[in-house]
Design a protein. Structure first.
Length: 323
């Protein structure tokens, strides 16, 4: 018997022995989501400042893929829990780069950050990097201090809902749609028909309620701004970092280092370890390293993912800046 044949035979023999002795192999064909781990990327000392990312579209939806990664809301909740359980973490920095997203996902993250502050008493700093608009700005209202990068764009306080009417297109290709409904407004917002005047008024009422909630959140987060001034600023427009500082929408214009310095100052830390939370095998080595498993649900056209449009319907309420 050749050397190769003997090697194969010995290998099969070992497998046979392992099976007889009750050894069980648990081999997964797909990678699984593993718990978060802490990665120190800068600094020293006993105190810690944790960086938590809010990048991309804010949504509870996950991208289709093999790995069962958490959506953005679940991931932020997980990272907040990790920071809350570590007594050495004295502050967190929300590193924001997002045009906003869905109303509910934005409100959920805002709620979780507020809850984190109430339960732990730890400081929260918002660092707006490139964009921190609409729902992302909404979330920043839960922070104790907002630093906007000198080239950042922020604001866009408001709500939008897009209704697409594809009736004309369907008629061109010879396709019709009928709805059998229990009430006159049950099919309100259906993309196969135009909005009625009454339907538009109903939806506008919902928009107004959500807009009022946004204004209330800003009034709580920016205590120095009277509500009347907030209403004047909240016409949906975005502001440069310098404009936002002058208008009172942010506290400081600076870089991520200034956000870290602010966290140290507010917590009385002269030195601090800057930490990121990551999954095993994610590489991070500095304060600009991104979280690889950020759930970014693509909304390339007014909150609509083309391949999901017909299967889900997309009359959606959004705290989203759409340039």
């Amino acid at each position: 018997m050749s050397a190769r044949g003997k090697t194969i035979r010995m290998g099969l023999g070992w497998i046979y022995i392992l099976v007889l002795t009750g050894c069980v192999f648990n081999i997964s064909l797909f990678p699984t989501t593993e718990p978060l781990q802490e990665k120190i990327v800068e600094g020293s000392g006993t105190g810690k400042i944790a960086l938590i990312d809010l990048s991309g579209i804010i949504s509870e939806e996950k991208e289709d893929g093999i790995m069962d990664l958490p959506d953005m809301v679940a991931r932020v909740k997980e990272e907040l829990s990790y920071a809350a359980s570590d007594k050495e973490v004295k502050a967190i920095i929300l590193r924001i780069n997002s045009p906003g997203g869905t109303v509910t996902a934005s409100d959920l993250i805002y709620h979780e950050v507020q809850r984190f502050k109430e339960q732990t008493g730890k400081t929260v700093i918002a660092a707006i990097m490139d964009v921190g608009a609409s729902g992302a700005y909404y979330i920043a209202m839960a922070s104790d201090h907002i630093v906007a990068h000198p080239t950042a764009v922020t604001g866009s306080i408001g709500v939008i809902m897009l209704h697409i009417n594809v009736q004309g297109l369907m008629e061109k290709i010879g396709v019709g749609a009928e709805s059998i409904k229990s009430g006159s407004h049950k099919d309100m917002g259906l993309p196969t028909q135009p909005l009625s005047t009454e339907g538009r008024e109903i939806l506008q009422g919902i928009i107004n309620t959500m807009y009022g909630r946004f204004l209330d959140v800003v009034a709580v987060g920016r205590k120095g701004l009277p509500l009347q001034k907030i209403k004047l600023l909240a016409d949906g427009r975005v502001y440069s970092a310098s404009e936002a500082k002058e208008l009172g929408l942010v506290d400081q214009v600076g870089y991520l280092e200034q956000a870290i310095d602010s966290a140290k100052s507010k917590t009385g830390l002269k030195q601090a370890k800057i930490v990121l939370y990551r999954r095993p095998h994610e590489f991070k080595n500095n304060i600009y390293s991104k979280t690889d498993n950020i759930a970014v649900h693509s909304m390339p056209f007014f909150g609509i993912v083309p391949n999901h449009f017909l299967e889900r319907g997309y009359t959606r309420f959004l705290y989203l800046w759409i340039p």
